[in-house]
Ligand binder design. Sequence first.
Ligand SMILES: Cc1ncc(C[n+]2csc(CCOP(=O)(O)OP(=O)(O)O)c2C)c(N)n1
Length: 577
Amino acid sequence: MSRKVADMLWEMLANAGVKRCYGIVGDALNPVIDALRRNGKIEFIHVRHEEYGVFAAVAEAYLTGNPVAVCGTAGPGVVHLFNGLMDARKEGAPVIAIAGDVETKLIDTGALEELNPYKFFEAASLYTGRLVNPEQARAIINTAILTAVTEKGPTVISIPGDIALADAADESSEIRVPTAPIFRPSDADLNQLATMIDAAKTVAIFGGDGCRDARDEVIELADRLKAPVGYTFRGKQWLEHDNPNAVGMTGLLGYGGAYGAIHDADLLLLLGTDFPFSEFLPGDSVKKVQIDKNPKHIGRRTPVDLGLVGDIKATVTALLKSVSDKTDGRFLDKRIADTKSFHELLQHYVVKGPGIKPVRPEFLAATLSELAADDAMFFADTGTACIWLARHVFGGRNRRLFGSFSWASMANAAPNAFGAQLAYPGRQTIALCGDGGFTMLALGDLLTQVERKTPVIQIILNNGSLDFVNIEMQEAGIIPFGVEFKNPNFARVAEAMGATGIRIEEPGDVREGLATALAHKGGPVVVDVVVDPFALSLPSHVPFHTATGFTLSLAKQVLSGKMDTVIKTIERNVGLI
Ligand SMILES: Cc1ncc(C[n+]2csc(CCOP(=O)(O)OP(=O)(O)O)c2C)c(N)n1
């Protein structure tokens, strides 16, 4: 049989380092999948929902840095890819979507399952190529792969079934994926930065995911400048552990002395971060310098006094040669002391946890952090899981913390953990799931994990509500509405589906239940933990409008006959227990 376009597609993807393709077959995709089977180098991961497959691919691509493929068939299958591809775009994951397309003779005729890929993928995809002629194949596939890898985001190859089946041109399937260049600002710009640093009495650092490969350099800079180091959620895993200058996070999930550090410093260095919550960043009273690989990030969240474009590792390495050391450590000491006292405050429900029912999520997360392996990978659903992950799960040199931190979609954690487990078999992969998130997307594909015997540990925060939204509504001063629901016993559901189920209702069972789940091998575990839906989390810095919002919401709830809820909220969060 002659080589088809679909054969060339998989050959090129395999040559570019793609190891897996997640998705669902059918219709227009059938000849494409037939070629994948023939190729044999890329594993097909049949999922029950295309979106689940994309979230799995996002985690695999982000963690390994390698491109990962996903697929969905024409129309509805393709539509199911979309939310995950938006996540790939925001989280910076090289995911290549193979989108089935109607036969070329049907394009623009309003045919069944027809969808215009250019229009549809516009918001998510960095590059969309529609293969309507075999002669385009090499160029389109090459562009989709290189764009995904070098620009770190999703691309789409839309492929009609008839083109997949057409003979490929007699061309090579070789592809060269260049490694990222090292680049940094000019010496003149670095000198200006060094002058600003030398002129500042106090300096604070706020780092993001751009510090991924620059941890040691940033910590050395902080040490020499006596600078406290705050970080974003994405920066936490790189900058928190074994860092004597670490002062926690700011923003809604914030804790520690980060807010004070970045607001009270003379000079703030924003390193590799596009932190979106501008209201938690200081105004003009603090001089700000931003360094980022992506020039479009400079100054978009807050005005800066100097913006430099460069890789954080290369830039900080060069900067270290020209800055003078600072000797006065009082500013740093104060922020470290603030962080310590906030940490002690956070321990309240951890220490008292064994005696409080329903289980406090703080106690659950802290116990999980303590028991998990040094190289465990943690994934949090968007929802309160993020709060507990940020505040009570500690990173380590080999631990990883990931979630839909920039796109903030629900239901990401279980598929993220599934993709991570396939990429790093045997390493503990732990998904901290919301009950809303778990029932939204994870439940159906628990069957995929069961079938593949994938040892993913899913821990469900069973609070019978969309609790994060409940908190949001209270912060905004409105009565929580549309946030409650009834859950089954998830442990029993999991058992019925062939997974291992563990139900925890008693605080005294938390440690043993988690230890059993973490030690489990040979398949997925679902730990259903009935947690306190009234556990509130306030940021280390509560903006005035939030404080007034809460008061207003509580007052409105009293007036609408929800006095019991108000009492429980207050009782369970002001240390009365
Ligand atoms: C797909 C999607 N739908 C809705 C939202 C808005 N949202 C953010 S968090 C959240 C609640 C999550 O509830 P759950 O998964 O039960 O977790 P909890 O906050 O209760 O721990 C909602 C509805 C979202 N971010 N993504």
